[in-house]
Design a protein around this ligand. Structure first.
Ligand code: AMP
Ligand code: GLY
Length: 425
């Protein structure tokens, strides 16, 4: 089989690594890929939003399966474009990717079908939003409706912050057209857990749970980032939480999408908050999380290609999806200054250490091959992942492996997985 992966970050590197373990796969392509993915796949310089070129390439190379890693092409309808050309692509069609693409849509869906989530109001008019914010209680959460690189969420402690937020989102268009509509949401408290799943339109199979660390600094301080590290499984995802979510969230979401005529095939990522009133949905994503994929996919036992095909064919009910009974931790190595301002082009040393080390992975996020070697080429540079018998062991291994890598301005958090110590393990 020939597989094409769309994207070029740490998530797509983890997908490529997982696909490369399939005995059915003879060749992997990745568009556009990166310097790390190039060791597993042939990288082709086509951007993820160039649908015509991607389709043309897949036809020419007789690609059997395309896996879409990123949200933008999914929300833009890349799967529809592939299907229209008679090609097989894993991921939701445009009318289902709206589950991630519009927060107003996903909130209305949850309300209509009784799926637990924070109370909310939606606005497409700044004056009405302001009138509402004058009389509500604080803190409160403002969310731009559309995709905003995970940055369109503002937690406002005071009325003034909220009024400034409305200006940023709806008047200054800081998040572009994502801010044409806005959701104003009740502030919730609790631990966050990510649960990813495979869905074939009807049947849903969970992957293992994970937790991300979104803030740039130790102790969850500093700015929001694309994610500074992850661990899997989450010790806070207990049997009780699992039972509650099966009853009130997972199957209900899949059934709701089908009932709306928006059958969902692909990955549904449930961003959950374990509130004092029980688990509630913070957000849905329509793809693998990044860097969640970097701790989930290395632990996956079932052939990913089989699972993708079962989702496309609607036969997921005939397949068990299994994960190793161990743990993994991913520590992101970033360029100092991320997410605001940082330098690029720094030579990376130590990458070869990972080749001999079983259970250790160095996923590339922002790197580039140059004549002098592989250099830094982004804010998040590498995701260093290690497995271990349990979470503590995996964390120890991951931090040990971060020392193998050196580059100028290397920055990381030192408390990824600290929450493990709070759990009653
Ligand atoms: P989202 O992109 O919707 O997941 O939001 C990004 C982050 O903002 C989440 O991971 C939470 O930490 C925080 N957040 C979002 N919605 C709420 C809420 N209603 N209450 C408290 N925190 C929230
Ligand atoms: N790690 C969060 C996300 O992928 O959206």
């Amino acid at each position: 089989m020939k597989v094409l992966i769309i994207g070029g970050g740490g998530r797509e590197h983890a997908i490529a690594e997982c696909v490369s373990r399939s005995p059915k796969v003879e060749k992997i392509y990745c568009a556009p890929g990166n310097a790390g993915i190039a060791e597993l796949a042939e990288c082709v310089p086509i951007a993820p939003m160039e649908f015509d070129k991607l389709v043309e390439f897949a036809k020419e190379k007789k690609i059997d399966l395309t896996i879409v890693g990123m949200d933008d092409p999914l929300v833009g309808g890349v799967v529809d474009a592939f299907e229209a050309a008679g090609l097989r692509a894993f991921g939701p069609r445009k009318n289902a990717a709206i589950l991630e693409g519009s927060k107003a849509f996903s909130k209305d869906l949850m309300k209509k079908y009784g799926i637990p989530t924070a109370a909310y109001e939606t606005f497409d008019d700044a004056d009405q939003a302001i009138a509402y914010l004058e009389k509500t209680t604080y803190p409160i959460v403002l969310k731009a409706d559309g995709l905003a690189l995970g940055k369109g969420v503002l937690i406002c402690q005071t009325r003034q912050e909220a009024l400034d937020g409305v200006k940023e989102i709806m008047e200054d268009h800081k998040f572009g057209s994502a801010g044409n509509q806005m959701v104003v949401e009740e502030f919730m408290t609790g631990r966050e857990v990510s649960v990813l799943s495979f869905v074939d339109g009807r049947t849903i199979r969970l992957m293992t749970s994970a937790q991300d660390h979104k803030r740039a600094g130790d102790g969850d301080t500093g700015l929001n980032t694309g994610g500074m590290g992850t661990f899997s499984p989450s010790p806070f995802y207990t049997k009780e939480v699992d039972e509650f979510c099966w009853k009130h969230i997972y199957q209900k979401t899949v059934d709701a999408m089908r009932a709306e005529g928006r059958e969902f095939k692909g990955v549904i990522y449930f961003g959950l908050m374990l509130t004092p009133d029980g688990p509630k949905v913070l957000e849905y994503n329509a793809r693998f999380g990044d860097p969640e994929a970097q701790v989930i996919l290395p632990r996956m036992k079932t052939d990913l290609v089989d699972v993708c095909n079962a989702c496309i064919d609607g036969t997921l009910d005939q397949l068990e999806v299994e994960f190793e009974d161990n743990a993994a931790v991913c520590v992101v190595l970033a360029s100092d200054g991320y997410p605001v301002q940082y330098e690029k082009g720094k030579l990376i040393k130590g990458l070869e250490e990972f080749k001999q080390a079983d259970g250790y992975y160095c996923f590339h996020a922002g790197t580039k091959q140059t004549e002098k070697g592989i250099v830094t080429n982004g804010g998040r540079v590498l995701g260093v992942t290690a497995k271990g018998a349990d979470l503590r062991q995996a964390r120890e291994n991951a931090y040990k492996a971060t020392e193998w890598i050196s580059f100028e301005n290397k920055y990381m958090r030192h408390d990824i997985g600290k929450a493990i110590d709070d759990a009653q393990l």
